[in-house]
Design a protein around this ligand. Structure first.
Ligand SMILES: Cc1cc2nc3c(=O)[nH]c(=O)nc-3n(C[C@H](O)[C@H](O)[C@H](O)COP(=O)(O)O)c2cc1C
Length: 290
Protein backbone atom coordinates (compact mmCIF):
# COMPACT_ATOMS: atom_id res chain seq x y z
CA UNK A 1 0.00 0.00 0.00
CA UNK A 2 2.74 2.45 0.97
CA UNK A 3 6.07 2.22 -0.76
CA UNK A 4 8.39 4.60 0.98
CA UNK A 5 12.11 4.04 0.79
CA UNK A 6 12.48 5.57 4.23
CA UNK A 7 12.36 2.70 6.74
CA UNK A 8 10.99 4.83 9.56
CA UNK A 9 8.08 6.05 7.44
CA UNK A 10 7.26 2.51 6.42
CA UNK A 11 7.26 1.44 10.06
CA UNK A 12 4.85 4.22 10.94
CA UNK A 13 2.57 3.72 7.94
CA UNK A 14 2.42 -0.04 8.39
CA UNK A 15 2.05 -0.16 12.15
CA UNK A 16 -0.76 -2.05 13.80
CA UNK A 17 -1.61 -3.26 17.28
CA UNK A 18 -0.28 -6.72 18.08
CA UNK A 19 -2.21 -8.80 20.61
CA UNK A 20 -0.74 -12.29 20.05
CA UNK A 21 2.93 -12.96 20.70
CA UNK A 22 5.40 -15.75 20.03
CA UNK A 23 6.58 -17.73 23.03
CA UNK A 24 9.92 -15.94 22.85
CA UNK A 25 11.48 -13.86 25.56
CA UNK A 26 12.40 -10.23 24.96
CA UNK A 27 15.98 -9.91 26.22
CA UNK A 28 16.85 -7.33 28.87
CA UNK A 29 19.13 -5.65 26.36
CA UNK A 30 16.39 -5.31 23.74
CA UNK A 31 13.91 -4.06 26.33
CA UNK A 32 16.40 -1.47 27.49
CA UNK A 33 16.76 -0.18 23.94
CA UNK A 34 12.99 0.20 23.75
CA UNK A 35 12.79 1.94 27.11
CA UNK A 36 15.55 4.36 26.15
CA UNK A 37 13.40 5.56 23.25
CA UNK A 38 10.75 6.49 25.83
CA UNK A 39 13.30 8.30 27.96
CA UNK A 40 13.97 10.66 25.04
CA UNK A 41 10.31 11.41 24.28
CA UNK A 42 9.07 15.00 24.30
CA UNK A 43 7.74 16.18 27.65
CA UNK A 44 6.12 19.46 28.71
CA UNK A 45 8.89 21.54 30.34
CA UNK A 46 10.94 18.33 30.22
CA UNK A 47 9.52 17.43 33.64
CA UNK A 48 8.81 13.81 32.61
CA UNK A 49 5.94 13.12 35.03
CA UNK A 50 5.74 9.50 33.88
CA UNK A 51 6.57 6.15 35.46
CA UNK A 52 6.39 2.68 33.98
CA UNK A 53 5.85 -0.41 36.12
CA UNK A 54 7.35 -3.36 34.28
CA UNK A 55 5.87 -6.54 35.68
CA UNK A 56 7.97 -9.70 35.78
CA UNK A 57 6.93 -11.25 39.11
CA UNK A 58 4.67 -14.32 38.88
CA UNK A 59 2.57 -13.43 41.97
CA UNK A 60 1.99 -9.92 40.68
CA UNK A 61 0.93 -11.36 37.34
CA UNK A 62 -1.55 -13.63 39.13
CA UNK A 63 -3.00 -10.64 40.97
CA UNK A 64 -3.27 -8.66 37.74
CA UNK A 65 -4.92 -11.52 35.94
CA UNK A 66 -7.64 -11.67 38.60
CA UNK A 67 -8.71 -8.15 37.64
CA UNK A 68 -9.83 -9.57 34.31
CA UNK A 69 -9.32 -6.27 32.50
CA UNK A 70 -6.40 -6.92 30.17
CA UNK A 71 -4.34 -9.87 28.97
CA UNK A 72 -1.54 -11.08 31.23
CA UNK A 73 -0.97 -14.72 30.21
CA UNK A 74 1.37 -15.30 27.27
CA UNK A 75 2.43 -11.65 27.25
CA UNK A 76 6.25 -11.38 27.17
CA UNK A 77 6.43 -7.78 28.44
CA UNK A 78 3.85 -5.94 30.54
CA UNK A 79 4.40 -2.21 31.01
CA UNK A 80 1.95 -0.19 33.08
CA UNK A 81 2.14 3.51 32.31
CA UNK A 82 1.43 5.95 35.12
CA UNK A 83 1.19 9.69 35.39
CA UNK A 84 3.70 10.48 38.13
CA UNK A 85 3.54 13.73 40.07
CA UNK A 86 5.12 12.10 43.13
CA UNK A 87 8.66 12.52 41.87
CA UNK A 88 8.58 16.31 41.45
CA UNK A 89 6.49 16.68 44.60
CA UNK A 90 9.08 14.80 46.64
CA UNK A 91 11.84 16.83 45.01
CA UNK A 92 10.08 20.07 45.92
CA UNK A 93 9.55 18.85 49.50
CA UNK A 94 13.22 18.01 49.87
CA UNK A 95 14.20 21.47 48.63
CA UNK A 96 11.58 23.39 50.62
CA UNK A 97 9.74 24.60 47.50
CA UNK A 98 6.03 25.41 47.19
CA UNK A 99 4.31 22.82 45.00
CA UNK A 100 0.89 22.61 43.32
CA UNK A 101 1.44 20.35 40.28
CA UNK A 102 -0.67 17.72 42.07
CA UNK A 103 -3.52 20.25 42.33
CA UNK A 104 -3.48 21.59 38.79
CA UNK A 105 -5.65 20.43 35.91
CA UNK A 106 -3.16 22.07 33.57
CA UNK A 107 -0.33 19.93 34.86
CA UNK A 108 -2.58 16.88 34.75
CA UNK A 109 -3.41 17.45 31.09
CA UNK A 110 0.24 17.98 30.23
CA UNK A 111 1.26 14.81 32.03
CA UNK A 112 -1.36 12.82 30.12
CA UNK A 113 0.17 14.07 26.90
CA UNK A 114 3.70 13.36 28.15
CA UNK A 115 2.66 9.82 28.96
CA UNK A 116 1.19 9.30 25.49
CA UNK A 117 4.35 10.66 23.78
CA UNK A 118 6.45 8.35 25.95
CA UNK A 119 4.25 5.39 25.16
CA UNK A 120 4.21 6.05 21.42
CA UNK A 121 8.03 6.32 21.29
CA UNK A 122 8.30 3.00 23.10
CA UNK A 123 5.85 1.32 20.75
CA UNK A 124 7.64 2.70 17.68
CA UNK A 125 11.03 1.60 19.03
CA UNK A 126 9.54 -1.86 19.57
CA UNK A 127 8.36 -1.91 15.93
CA UNK A 128 11.85 -0.89 14.79
CA UNK A 129 13.31 -3.89 16.62
CA UNK A 130 10.83 -6.39 15.17
CA UNK A 131 8.62 -6.38 18.25
CA UNK A 132 4.91 -5.64 18.35
CA UNK A 133 2.77 -3.95 20.97
CA UNK A 134 -0.72 -3.00 22.00
CA UNK A 135 -1.88 -0.16 24.21
CA UNK A 136 -4.72 -0.98 26.63
CA UNK A 137 -6.84 1.73 28.23
CA UNK A 138 -8.44 -0.61 30.76
CA UNK A 139 -6.07 -0.15 33.73
CA UNK A 140 -7.90 3.10 34.47
CA UNK A 141 -10.91 0.94 35.44
CA UNK A 142 -8.97 -0.43 38.42
CA UNK A 143 -6.95 2.53 39.70
CA UNK A 144 -7.34 1.75 43.45
CA UNK A 145 -6.47 -1.94 42.98
CA UNK A 146 -3.43 -1.19 40.80
CA UNK A 147 -2.20 1.47 43.21
CA UNK A 148 -2.18 -1.22 45.86
CA UNK A 149 -0.66 -3.99 43.75
CA UNK A 150 2.16 -1.74 42.55
CA UNK A 151 2.56 0.08 45.90
CA UNK A 152 2.23 3.40 44.10
CA UNK A 153 2.96 6.48 46.21
CA UNK A 154 0.51 9.41 46.31
CA UNK A 155 0.17 11.34 43.05
CA UNK A 156 1.01 8.35 40.85
CA UNK A 157 -1.91 7.29 38.69
CA UNK A 158 -1.94 4.11 36.56
CA UNK A 159 -3.60 4.74 33.19
CA UNK A 160 -2.43 2.41 30.42
CA UNK A 161 -0.91 -0.98 29.83
CA UNK A 162 1.43 -1.60 26.90
CA UNK A 163 1.97 -5.24 26.04
CA UNK A 164 4.99 -6.13 23.92
CA UNK A 165 6.64 -9.14 22.38
CA UNK A 166 7.56 -10.77 19.09
CA UNK A 167 4.39 -10.87 16.98
CA UNK A 168 2.90 -14.22 16.00
CA UNK A 169 2.14 -12.57 12.68
CA UNK A 170 2.35 -9.13 11.12
CA UNK A 171 -0.75 -7.20 12.17
CA UNK A 172 -3.12 -5.94 9.50
CA UNK A 173 -2.99 -2.26 8.63
CA UNK A 174 -6.32 -0.99 9.92
CA UNK A 175 -8.46 1.39 7.90
CA UNK A 176 -8.09 4.98 9.04
CA UNK A 177 -9.80 8.25 8.21
CA UNK A 178 -8.39 10.03 5.16
CA UNK A 179 -6.15 13.04 5.67
CA UNK A 180 -8.90 15.34 4.38
CA UNK A 181 -10.98 14.35 7.40
CA UNK A 182 -8.13 14.52 9.90
CA UNK A 183 -6.43 17.69 8.72
CA UNK A 184 -7.93 21.09 8.04
CA UNK A 185 -6.29 23.95 6.19
CA UNK A 186 -6.47 27.14 8.22
CA UNK A 187 -10.10 26.57 9.21
CA UNK A 188 -12.16 23.57 10.23
CA UNK A 189 -13.81 22.04 7.17
CA UNK A 190 -17.42 21.00 7.61
CA UNK A 191 -18.63 18.92 4.71
CA UNK A 192 -22.22 18.60 3.59
CA UNK A 193 -23.92 15.67 5.32
CA UNK A 194 -23.73 13.63 2.12
CA UNK A 195 -20.01 14.26 1.62
CA UNK A 196 -19.38 13.77 5.32
CA UNK A 197 -21.00 10.34 5.38
CA UNK A 198 -19.25 9.32 2.18
CA UNK A 199 -15.88 10.12 3.73
CA UNK A 200 -16.74 8.48 7.05
CA UNK A 201 -17.85 5.26 5.33
CA UNK A 202 -14.62 5.01 3.36
CA UNK A 203 -13.27 3.90 6.74
CA UNK A 204 -16.20 2.69 8.79
CA UNK A 205 -17.71 0.42 6.16
CA UNK A 206 -18.59 -2.39 8.57
CA UNK A 207 -22.33 -3.11 8.58
CA UNK A 208 -24.17 -5.30 11.05
CA UNK A 209 -27.19 -7.22 9.76
CA UNK A 210 -30.64 -6.39 11.11
CA UNK A 211 -30.63 -9.14 13.70
CA UNK A 212 -32.84 -9.01 16.77
CA UNK A 213 -29.97 -9.27 19.30
CA UNK A 214 -28.26 -6.21 17.77
CA UNK A 215 -31.51 -4.29 17.42
CA UNK A 216 -32.58 -5.08 20.97
CA UNK A 217 -29.34 -3.95 22.57
CA UNK A 218 -29.21 -0.77 20.50
CA UNK A 219 -32.87 -0.12 21.42
CA UNK A 220 -32.04 -0.54 25.10
CA UNK A 221 -29.05 1.81 24.92
CA UNK A 222 -31.07 4.47 23.06
CA UNK A 223 -33.94 4.11 25.52
CA UNK A 224 -31.63 4.46 28.52
CA UNK A 225 -30.05 7.64 27.17
CA UNK A 226 -32.76 9.35 25.13
CA UNK A 227 -36.04 7.70 26.17
CA UNK A 228 -38.46 5.21 24.65
CA UNK A 229 -39.69 7.37 21.75
CA UNK A 230 -36.16 7.97 20.51
CA UNK A 231 -35.40 4.24 20.78
CA UNK A 232 -38.50 3.35 18.77
CA UNK A 233 -37.54 5.87 16.08
CA UNK A 234 -33.99 4.48 15.94
CA UNK A 235 -35.30 0.94 15.51
CA UNK A 236 -37.61 2.10 12.73
CA UNK A 237 -34.79 4.10 11.12
CA UNK A 238 -32.49 1.07 11.08
CA UNK A 239 -35.21 -1.20 9.68
CA UNK A 240 -35.82 1.22 6.83
CA UNK A 241 -32.06 1.51 6.25
CA UNK A 242 -31.81 -2.27 5.97
CA UNK A 243 -28.63 -2.66 8.02
CA UNK A 244 -26.92 -1.36 11.16
CA UNK A 245 -24.23 1.26 10.47
CA UNK A 246 -20.97 1.15 12.39
CA UNK A 247 -21.78 4.15 14.58
CA UNK A 248 -24.55 2.06 16.19
CA UNK A 249 -22.08 -0.74 16.89
CA UNK A 250 -19.59 1.69 18.41
CA UNK A 251 -22.03 3.40 20.72
CA UNK A 252 -24.74 0.77 21.03
CA UNK A 253 -23.35 -2.73 20.83
CA UNK A 254 -20.72 -3.96 23.28
CA UNK A 255 -18.08 -1.35 22.54
CA UNK A 256 -18.48 2.15 23.93
CA UNK A 257 -22.17 1.84 24.79
CA UNK A 258 -23.63 5.31 25.24
CA UNK A 259 -25.54 4.23 28.37
CA UNK A 260 -22.31 3.02 30.00
CA UNK A 261 -19.48 5.30 29.07
CA UNK A 262 -20.74 8.52 30.59
CA UNK A 263 -21.60 6.76 33.83
CA UNK A 264 -19.53 6.88 36.99
CA UNK A 265 -17.77 10.17 36.26
CA UNK A 266 -17.79 10.77 40.00
CA UNK A 267 -16.11 7.39 40.62
CA UNK A 268 -13.27 8.32 38.27
CA UNK A 269 -12.92 11.73 39.88
CA UNK A 270 -12.77 9.99 43.27
CA UNK A 271 -10.14 7.52 42.05
CA UNK A 272 -8.01 10.42 40.82
CA UNK A 273 -8.49 12.38 44.04
CA UNK A 274 -7.84 9.34 46.22
CA UNK A 275 -4.53 8.99 44.41
CA UNK A 276 -3.65 12.40 45.83
CA UNK A 277 -4.33 14.47 42.73
CA UNK A 278 -6.74 17.17 43.97
CA UNK A 279 -7.20 18.66 40.52
CA UNK A 280 -10.93 19.27 40.62
CA UNK A 281 -10.89 21.76 43.49
CA UNK A 282 -10.73 25.47 42.81
CA UNK A 283 -7.71 27.31 44.12
CA UNK A 284 -6.52 30.87 44.16
CA UNK A 285 -2.94 31.16 45.26
CA UNK A 286 -2.92 34.83 44.29
CA UNK A 287 -0.31 34.31 41.59
CA UNK A 288 -2.53 35.79 38.91
CA UNK A 289 -3.09 34.21 35.52
CA UNK A 290 -0.82 32.86 32.84
C1 LIG B 1 -5.65 4.98 24.44
C2 LIG B 1 -5.84 3.62 23.81
C3 LIG B 1 -6.54 2.65 24.49
C4 LIG B 1 -6.70 1.38 23.91
N1 LIG B 1 -7.33 0.41 24.64
C5 LIG B 1 -7.45 -0.83 24.12
C6 LIG B 1 -8.04 -1.86 24.89
O1 LIG B 1 -8.47 -1.65 26.04
N2 LIG B 1 -8.15 -3.09 24.34
C7 LIG B 1 -7.67 -3.36 23.08
O2 LIG B 1 -7.78 -4.52 22.63
N3 LIG B 1 -7.09 -2.41 22.33
C8 LIG B 1 -6.97 -1.16 22.82
N4 LIG B 1 -6.35 -0.17 22.08
C9 LIG B 1 -5.87 -0.47 20.72
C10 LIG B 1 -6.89 0.02 19.70
O3 LIG B 1 -7.99 -0.86 19.71
C11 LIG B 1 -6.25 0.07 18.30
O4 LIG B 1 -5.22 1.03 18.30
C12 LIG B 1 -7.29 0.43 17.25
O5 LIG B 1 -8.24 -0.57 17.10
C13 LIG B 1 -6.65 0.68 15.89
O6 LIG B 1 -5.94 -0.44 15.46
P1 LIG B 1 -4.39 -0.34 15.13
O7 LIG B 1 -3.66 0.06 16.37
O8 LIG B 1 -3.99 -1.75 14.71
O9 LIG B 1 -4.21 0.67 14.05
C14 LIG B 1 -6.17 1.09 22.62
C15 LIG B 1 -5.46 2.08 21.94
C16 LIG B 1 -5.29 3.33 22.53
C17 LIG B 1 -4.49 4.37 21.78
Amino acid sequence: MYNETNKMLNLLYERGSVRAYKDKEVSEKTLEKVLLAGKHAASGGNLQPVSIIIVTDKDKKDELEKLNLFPVKNIPVLMFFCIDWYRTKHWAELEHMAYTADKSIRHFIISFQDMMCHMQSICTAGDALGLGSCIYGTPKEAIPQLREIFKLPEAVLPINLVTMGYPKKKPPIRKKLDLEMLCHKNEYTQYSDEEFLEKIYKKHDKKLPLEENYLNEIYEVCKNVEGEDFAKETRQYLKEKGYIPDVCRYFGYKKYNADVFANQNKKFIKDIEDAGLRIFDDYDFSGGEL
